[in-house]
Design a binder for this molecule. Sequence first.
Ligand code: CO
Length: 201
Amino acid sequence: MTLDDLLDRNRQWADARRARDPEFFSRLARGQRPRLLWIGCSDSRVPAEEILGCGPGDLFVHRNVANIVAYNDINIASVVQYATVNLGIADIVVCGHYGCGGIRAACAETLPDGYLGDWLNIAGWAKRTVDQALAREGRSVAGEEYHQRVVEENVRLQIEHLSHLGLIRRQRAERPDSLRLHGWVYDISTGLVKIVAPGDT
Ligand code: CO
């Protein structure tokens, strides 16, 4: 597929959209009221709008490798600020996914070189939490089951990071129950979302 093919598709998409709903683009041009803030993985197989049956204007989206919320990341902090303060979004979803290459790399003996290793080091805490839990349970889990547990734990960990951000703490102190943080995991092999942390966290 060439870039020209993709631009052709863009024109076809815009034409079809306008044919179905002539006001569609002029309505969106007036502003946005997205239903939730989506913090997901950059993985091409997890397109937020598509898997939730949504379109333009429905979701405010931030994606990075392994859906990580780092306390010193002004990129995600400004996304969270704009979403909650300016757009008034009350629901924030951190969505991981099974088969996440970032989580696999974070669990490997050696982290990748360069920026990727530095970044994925943050998800390494999820691996350590899982290892400690398995040690307590006296169980040994390997392969896909182990990977899935770390993916789920990483989502819980990033929700915890989110809840510790000064911006989130201040808003919750000022307006209790104003924000709900949800943890989801998407299964690439079925197309379905599983809840791993309900929105009352
Ligand atoms: Co991923």
